[in-house]
Write a protein that binds this ligand. Structure first.
Ligand code: NAG
Length: 117
């Protein structure tokens, strides 16, 4: 197959929440520390760990709960290392370090788009 997947990848829209340290253990890597730019993916796509090691480029689009202008400019890249059991479909659970680079922590949950890279 010689389909160029990169040309058909579209950003998914969803929401992001975050969690604080410690970042280990994780569902994918146990006590192996993959650094601070990590995230957990929702049960809909986790697929027994097939999602582990994916990289997502994530951008903040806006608030979900009336927090005015929670977004910061720019985008981040995170590695999926965990299962986010409490996440809904199209929701990702960013590390606090990752979330704080694209949004105000006070917002708690923000709308994002994310693309696998
Ligand atoms: C986010 O991940 C952390 C660490 O795995 C977990 O404790 C927390 O419950 C997750 N958040 C949700 C909404 O599931």
């Amino acid at each position: 197959m010689s389909i160029c997947f990169s040309s058909i990848v579209l950003a998914k829209q969803g929401t992001a929440v975050f969690y604080a340290r410690p970042y280990v253990p994780s569902a994918c890597y146990g006590y192996r520390d993959l650094g601070p730019m990590i995230a957990g993916d929702n049960p809909t796509v986790f697929d027994g760990g097939k999602v582990c090691g994916r990289r997502y480029k994530v951008r903040c689009l806006g608030g979900t709960n009336g927090t005015p202008n929670p977004c910061k400019n720019g985008e981040i890249i995170v590695n999926i290392v965990d299962l986010c059991t409490g996440c809904g479909a199209n929701e990702i659970n960013l590390s606090q370090d990752a979330f704080s680079k694209i949004a105000n922590l006070k917002a708690g949950r923000v709308r994002v788009d994310y693309t696998q890279v």
